[in-house]
Design a binder for this molecule. Structure first.
Ligand code: AMP
Length: 288
């Protein structure tokens, strides 16, 4: 695996591979790699001739400077893990390579970026995500880019910008990878204190409670309220716990259609998110 720091060198390297007929798969990350990231690298490996993984802690998507400062960084470890999962190129640019002096351009996706994560982290969060993903897709020019369903709203924002800007890339997703007890893997989990780690299970418990309530016939707002109660019983106050349309992230109104339960909460100092797809319940006739 080669470590590349500049866009020019990346273009030369990937261009050569493409000219030799290889398909290019791309996995953008902010590092602190875990099994969730590596599942995306493995999926890209299985589907492409060349696999590019990017490692860039994007400062413009952090609304909280303390969160940016505390973000775990260990390039040596990440490089070994990425290579082990099948990456051919690790693109690890410095901040000035991505945002040169005088940088003044931003990509803003209206609509789907506004509720939930957009409302709670501030509009600048998804502007930062949309801008860096656009820049990375232009730099790597992959055939396919892989994203985790764990960050479902991010995927919806990326799909929107790819369609709107006509970028020639297919977006693929892979399911959320969880710890054995159900906690969604996240680079932030390592910052949970020993006392907070069990409380972090409240997010998944809240989502499961929403799914159970839907299965037993609750309406969307009733199901959300039940999920919130379950989280509070576990000592965690959600920032939001909502049933939404998986495309627009508007509140779900018709549970005969697929929906998505999404949640965010601070556990101690650590802000976590998770989500769970909710399938429509098959209509069962009462026995006569
Ligand atoms: P990040 O480094 O947090 O920006 O994440 C990089 C990519 O890994 C994003 O597409 C995330 O959605 C994905 N990802 C993060 N956590 C998980 C997980 N637990 N399971 C699957 N994908 C994940």
């Amino acid at each position: 695996m080669r470590v590349i720091r500049t866009v020019d060198e990346l273009r030369r390297e990937v261009g050569e591979a493409r000219r030799s007929g290889q398909r290019v798969g791309f996995v953008p990350t902010m590092g602190a790699l875990h099994e969730g990231h590596l599942s995306l690298v493995s999926a890209a490996r299985a589907a492409s001739g060349v696999v590019v993984v990017s490692l860039f802690v994007n400062p413009t998507q952090f609304n909280d400077q303390a969160d940016l400062a505390a973000y775990p960084r260990d390039e040596e470890r990440d490089a070994a893990l990425a290579a082990g999962a099948g990456a051919d190129i690790l693109f690890a640019p410095g901040v000035t390579e991505m945002y040169p002096d005088g940088y003044a351009t931003s990509v803003h996706v209206r609509g789907v970026s506004e509720p939930l994560e957009g409302a709670h982290r501030g509009a600048s969060h998804f502007d930062g995500v949309a801008t860096v993903v656009t820049k990375l897709l232009v730099a790597v020019a992959p055939d396919v880019a892989w994203f985790g369903q764990k960050d479902a709203q991010q995927v919806a924002v990326v799909r929107r910008l790819v369609t709107d800007l006509g970028l020639p890339v297919r977006i693929e997703t892979a399911p959320t990878v969880r710890e054995p007890d159900g906690l969604a893997m996240s680079s932030r989990n390592m910052r949970l204190t020993a006392a907070d780690r069990p409380r972090a299970l409240a997010l998944k418990a809240g989502l499961d409670a929403v799914a159970e309530a839907v299965a037993s016939g609750a309406d969307p707002r009733g199901a959300e309220a039940h999920g919130v109660d379950v989280m509070r019983e576990r000592g965690v106050e959600p920032e939001y716990l909502a049933l939404v349309d998986p495309g627009s992230f508007a509140p779900a109104t018709d549970l005969a259609l697929p929906s998505l339960a999404v949640v965010a909460a601070k556990v101690g100092d650590v802000r976590l998110i998770d989500n769970l797809p909710i399938c429509p319940q098959p209509h069962t006739e009462e026995p006569s």
